[in-house]
Design a protein around this ligand. Structure first.
Ligand code: FEO
Length: 398
């Protein structure tokens, strides 16, 4: 039985749900701590639901809405984002409240038709339009490509709540509390950057544009579609600052070394490079074996640090498949503003380092030294090259 549905602002109820079953977000990114699909119901003179939830938690979601409305009609369903983790409840809501008007933009309605064939009771809004709900109105702020083209935010002009869609979201369920003031945020900060880097990280330019729009608002609460609701003024300032920094691809002094190694020879080169980085004053050094650590966590660290050194053994005359997969993800995300180094070992053909180097060049990455290519076990000459790469990289990142 559902009781005690919390509010995040006056007449603004949290009707989101936790998902502790799903293993991968977007069927890609690990959810060790689960995820929350956040949705909000404003119960003013007019009633408005902001986004829905993933299909696996519809019953709980609908129960909460019916409980709050207690027989009142639902006037509006605001669709800030059409990715199915938020829009799966639309047809359920329409069945329960057949007269509900669906509020979105032109792009939203293209998706709505394509996904569900819904073309009626649509209320189209444009950038800056306001929807009156009573004493308050919702003002719409478009945020295209944060993280899909139809994304918009809704700003409550009276309560100063920004319903921000995916922006400022976070992996992790909301256990008991729902706001940053109720939760121990130590549990969330690492997943906050992992969420940004994995989900939103590709879209630095669009994030910059929407941050400029946010700067014109007085914000008391940020209510994203995932993760804690941000109430603390200190945290709101912090997350706006972090998004500004990350979307400009600004990084800290430090180096991520990731490698694919079948029998340990490429890994030995990674160790030699890391040792020399340390001797040259670099403290933030993170080494990852791509066969063990999911790319989600490696990408998170790459977003933090200025240097990236990638190593690959040659596998079937090409890259180690897990290195190749990581490189494709980095290419897809259009990672910028890093220094790069490349190394690898082989037994009988040795294409991996050239392939890595070519990918780096295609992406216009700043490669700090020639690729280091080793046949068999690491020897003195190759060790010296590893030391030299580390010395150059240390100078670049510090
Ligand atoms: Fe949580 Fe872009 O969806």
């Amino acid at each position: 039985m559902i009781k005690n549905i919390p509010t995040i602002a006056h007449q603004t109820y949290y009707v989101g749900v936790n998902d502790r079953e799903k293993h991968l977000f977007e069927n890609l990114w690990p959810l060790e701590s689960g995820i929350a699909y956040n949705s909000y119901l404003i119960n003013d003179k007019k009633t408005a639901l902001i986004d829905t939830v993933d299909s696996n938690a519809i019953d709980e979601f609908l129960q909460k809405i019916q409980m709050i409305l207690n027989g009142r009609p639902l006037d509006y369903l605001i669709i800030n984002h059409m990715e199915p983790d938020h829009c799966s409840g639309i047809t359920h809501i329409k069945r329960l409240y057949p007269n509900v008007e669906i509020v979105g933009n032109k792009k939203t309605f293209e998706f709505l038709n394509a996904f569900y064939g819904v073309t009626d009771n649509l209320y189209e809004v444009k950038e800056g339009d306001e929807l009156q709900l009573g004493d308050r109105s919702l003002k719409f702020i478009f945020a295209p490509m944060v993280h899909w083209p139809e994304v918009m935010m809704a700003y409550d002009t009276k309560e100063h709540t920004l319903f921000s869609a995916d922006a400022f979201g976070c992996f992790g369920t909301l256990d008991g509390g729902i706001t940053d003031e109720q939760l121990n945020m130590d549990y969330y900060w690492e997943d906050f950057i992992r969420y940004y880097s994995n989900v939103v990280g590709k879209f630095g330019g669009p994030v910059q544009k929407v941050l400029c729009k946010c700067a014109l608002l007085s914000i008391k609460t940020i209510a994203a579609t995932h993760g804690p609701i941000w109430k603390s003024a200190e945290n709101i300032k912090k997350i706006l600052g972090l998004y500004d920094k990350w979307s400009k691809y600004e990084t800290e002094p430090g180096v991520v070394i990731c490698f694919g190694s079948m029998y340990g020879r490429t890994e030995a080169m990674a160790e030699a490079i890391a040792r020399s980085l340390s001797e040259n004053g670099v403290k933030n050094i993170r080494i990852f074996d791509v066969s063990k650590t999911h790319a989600s966590y490696i990408i998170k660290e790459i977003f933090k640090y200025k240097g990236l050194i990638v190593g690959s053994s040659t596998y079937n005359s090409g890259l180690h498949p897990n290195v190749e997969s990581l490189m494709l993800k980095l290419k897809n995300m259009n990672i910028k503003n890093h220094y790069f180094g490349v190394f690898g070992s082989f037994s009988w053909s040795g294409e991996a380092t050239k392939n890595l180097y070519d990918i780096c060049q295609q992406m216009n990455w700043d490669i700090v030294a020639p690729a280091i290519k080793q046949k068999g076990a690491i020897d003195d000459l190759i060790h010296d090259e590893c030391v030299s790469l580390a010395e150059i990289m240390a100078k670049k990142v510090l």
